[in-house]
Write a protein that binds this ligand. Sequence first.
Ligand SMILES: Nc1nc(=O)c2c([nH]1)NC[C@@H]1CN(c3ccc(C(=O)N[C@@H](CCC(=O)O)C(=O)O)cc3)C=[N+]21
Length: 298
Amino acid sequence: MTASIIDGKAFAAALRERIATQVASFHEAAGRAPGLAVVLVGEDPASAVYVRSKHKATVAAGMGSFEHKLSADVSQDELLALIDTLNADDRIDGILVQLPLPDHIDERAVTTRIDPDKDVDGFHPVNAGRLATGLYGFVPCTPLGCLMLLKDQLGDLAGLDAVVIGRSNIVGKPMAALLTKESCTVTLAHSKTKDLSSVVRRADIVVAAVGRAEMIKGDWIKPGATVIDVGINREAAPVEGSNGRLVGDVDFAGAMQVAGAVTPVPGGVGPMTIAVLLRNTLVSAHRRARVPYDKDAL
Ligand SMILES: Nc1nc(=O)c2c([nH]1)NC[C@@H]1CN(c3ccc(C(=O)N[C@@H](CCC(=O)O)C(=O)O)cc3)C=[N+]21
């Protein structure tokens, strides 16, 4: 038996198509395009690549893209002042400050400065609280993308055993909250979890978000389980000057022998993150302009 491969890239492309259609009707109804502001501090090459693909996807969906590139030595006060300006700018429905930030800037101070109703990343504590208590709010893009893939694969998730490995505020915790909302029995495992392989083995759904290459082994997985691999780890380059291979947090070849379905890396969760960012921005635009939208298409 071989697992099926969950094509996140294709799912994300289809979602972006539906978003583009709704962006066009929003534009007609509101007389403006939805707008996304992306702030990049410094010259980290990986961050620059992500910001470029976000910009391309934003424009391709018919949205306005407002890029702000600041030098690595910008002061925290200058960055906060830019966020205040973006908060007050009516053309902008979503604000994303690319993480990580340089060490002299306090990420907390930055994420809490963003207007929660423009916080399309869902990182503001107000949105974390809304998610935890079941109120409307922005849900972080990566876990929401994972949930979309799971529902597409499995339909109703109620009663399923889910294990989330990794307790970050950006992926693990919101993922556990989303699965709880879907009536899964959720275990949030992490680096201190005892006997992780046994914890993983009882799960119908495994979401791996630990940031350690191929840590989750194939023989830990329950036969037929659905495995979502959030990890993006770059292996050391085979020859100097070249790029190393991208691998997930799951031993993909091993998991393919046992699981029912597995997301690949690349081409799984990563493309969903950007598509959901556009979705959150479109939803924000509808809310801010008080134009109703088609929830089912998104
Ligand atoms: N405020 C903030 N919000 C973010 O959402 C955010 C961030 N900061 N900092 C960095 C991470 C990373 N991230 C990814 C987006 C797309 C892919 C993606 O499309 N990956 C492709 C391939 C990527 C490659 O080839 O390097 C794939 O998995 O198929 C991955 C990772 C968003 N992030």
